[in-house]
Design a protein around this ligand. Structure first.
Ligand code: HEM
Length: 521
């Protein structure tokens, strides 16, 4: 393994000393934008919201789901508004959806980076990777290799020769079970947890194990700090930061500070692994073997952790919430999990639950839990009704009687399909049976089911995300009895509605906790 010095001081990270100049510049740009008033109009089949651009765009950043759905409900099929100097076209319907997910020139990353924020981005701290940045498409390839099935099970890799030298037989699954079990022990035998904190913490733990290195995954305090940095970046992705990215607002400064600290923290682990006497099979070592610079590896690991935590965290929480209020599905899943344990372990084993579950082969987790698969499918349909974003990086694209030009943005609310009563009967209802043979509601239109991505950008983490959700569900359903309670500890019979404007964490509209009692070690 090649060594690389630890010149963190050499990494050019800009401070915020230019604040005063930037502030003056920002104010003048805001004034310029604010006076660019235009009336609303309909041109080329696209309705222009008009008005003061910054005000017209504001609800897109504060209540995105309501903003898009309300405009479409009022009869507009396509409408546009401006974010900074950029044109954003919001689209709906099957034809536009097909174009959105299939069109080659539409870039995913730029869409999210500029219109969503919330993810750490080393551009915010002006780090210059010495050997160039890992391109978005390359980054996705790196992730795909790290999360291959055979690596999860036994660590072999047949397609990538550089990685092959380092990927020995090293099953990750038992380590994940150990990690989660150890952290669940901290809950005690009885109590109440906020799933949107505790389960997200467990998902962070698993994602760090899957996407970084053992030194970090074994250090609970370091993961706690890392988690804090991520939430600081996410919580401070305010409309001001997104609409006025040059304004040195407190939120922007907090984001930059968190990104810098996150970068420094991960950089130290990359340095540690690169200079370790013997390479391991951990993801950071594999990325070192790929030949990437320390800075590039940090940016890959940062993205893996963000992509890995956000949706898996929400999915894990909502599976438990929905099962609590649908006892027939809960029983079905529990029976299925018990059968899985009985079929794959020694029925008389005195091993603790997490050890028994860890002994079950991955293929059995993937193939022998049909009811849990349906529950996951339905849960992610409901949680993933957020907005997909793209930027046109290629040639002009015709839409209605208008042209989506290079540099324009497109926004498609997945709720247009997922919450469409013509596709999904009673779409707000949790009804895992809707996918079963004979009903197959998700096949009524092209790309009617978008929860794992479709077309050009399917999710590369789907396999590991499903495994993580199954692992958590199994440990909780078999190891604990639980019910839903509100903030005052009163039992909730019905699951609260999801706040669809909570675009990152997908929390419920009213507080909801899990009251639990341990029933099996
Ligand atoms: C419940 C968990 C998850 C859900 C529901 C989910 C869903 C999605 C969806 C809908 C997309 C497409 C977005 C779009 O078209 O705009 C996507 C893309 C992606 N996902 Fe996931 N995801 C999950 C977990 C993960 C995990 C664990 C990872 C890896 C660490 C991951 C990595 C990615 C990446 C890298 C892409 C972008 C692919 C590309 O640019 O071509 N996801 N995911």
């Amino acid at each position: 393994m090649s060594t690389q010095a630890h010149p963190l001081s050499e990494v050019p990270i800009l401070g915020s000393s230019q604040s005063a100049v930037i502030l003056a510049l920002a104010i003048s740009v805001v004034i310029t934008l604010a006076i660019r008033l235009s009336p609303s109009s309909s041109k080329g089949g696209v309705y222009d919201l008009g008005g003061i651009p910054i005000l017209a765009a504001w609800p897109f950043f504060t209540k995105r789901y309501d903003f898009l759905r309300n405009h479409f409900a009022s009869g507009k099929r396509y409408f546009q508004f401006h974010v900074l100097q950029h044109r954003v076209v919001a689209i709906s319907g099957e034809e536009a959806r097909k174009m959105f997910f299939n069109e080659k020139g539409l870039g995913l990353d730029e869409g999210y980076r500029i219109l969503m924020g919330g993810a750490p981005n080393i551009d915010d701290i002006s780090v210059q990777p010495k050997e160039g940045r890992v391109k978005d498409a390359e980054l996705v390839k790196r992730m795909a290799v790290l999360f291959r099935k055979d690596r999860v099970v036994e660590g072999t890799d047949r397609t990538d020769r550089r990685m092959m030298r380092l990927t020995f037989l090293h099953p990750v699954l038992p380590v994940l079970f150990d990690d989660v079990h150890r952290r669940m022990n901290d809950w005690g035998n009885e109590g109440t947890i906020n799933p949107f904190k505790e389960l997200y913490d467990l998902v962070f733990q698993m994602t760090v194990r899957m996407g970084a290195c053992r030194e970090l995954a074994d250090d609970k305090d370091a993961i706690e700090r890392l988690t804090q940095h991520y939430w600081n970046i996410e919580k401070n992705a305010t409309p001001t930061v997104l609409l006025l990215p040059w304004l040195p607002s407190p939120a922007k400064k907090t984001q930059e500070k968190a990104t810098r600290e996150l970068f420094t923290m991960l950089y130290n682990y990359v340095y540690l692994r690169r200079n370790a006497p013997t390479p391991s099979t951990d993801p950071i070592d594999l990325l070192v073997a790929y030949g990437d610079s320390n800075e590039a590896i940090v940016s890959v690991v940062m993205s893996i952790i963000f992509a890995g935590v956000i949706n898996t965290g929400a999915g894990s929480c909502w599976i438990l919430l929905h099962l609590a209020s649908h006892p027939q599905w809960k029983d079905k899943v529990i029976n299925e999990l018990k059968a899985l344990v009985a079929n794959h372990t020694n029925g008389t084993s005195k091993e603790p639950l997490h050890k028994q579950l860890a002994a079950i082969p991955l293929h059995a987790w993937e193939e022998e839990l049909p009811a849990l698969e349906l529950v996951i499918r339905e849960t992610v349909r409901l949680t993933m009704s957020m907005t997909s974003l793209r930027r046109n990086l290629g040639k002009d694209i015709p839409l209605a009687d208008t042209i989506i030009k290079k540099g324009d943005f497109l926004a498609y609310c997945n709720g247009d399909a997922h919450m469409n009563p013509n596709i999904y009967t009673d779409p707000e209802k949790f009804d895992p049976e809707r996918y079963s043979e004979g009903r197959e509601e998700d096949r009524k239109e092209t790309f009617a089911y978008l929860a794992w991505g479709v077309g050009r950008h399917p999710c590369v983490g789907v396999r590991i995300a499903k495994m993580e959700m199954k692992l958590l569900t199994a440990l909780i359903l078999l190891g604990y009895e639980y019910e839903l309670v509100d903030g005052a500890g009163n039992r909730l019979e019905k699951v609260p509605l999801q706040d669809r404007n909570d675009i990152q964490q997908a929390r419920p509209l009213s507080p909801c906790y899990l009251k639990f009692k341990r029933v099996m070690e």
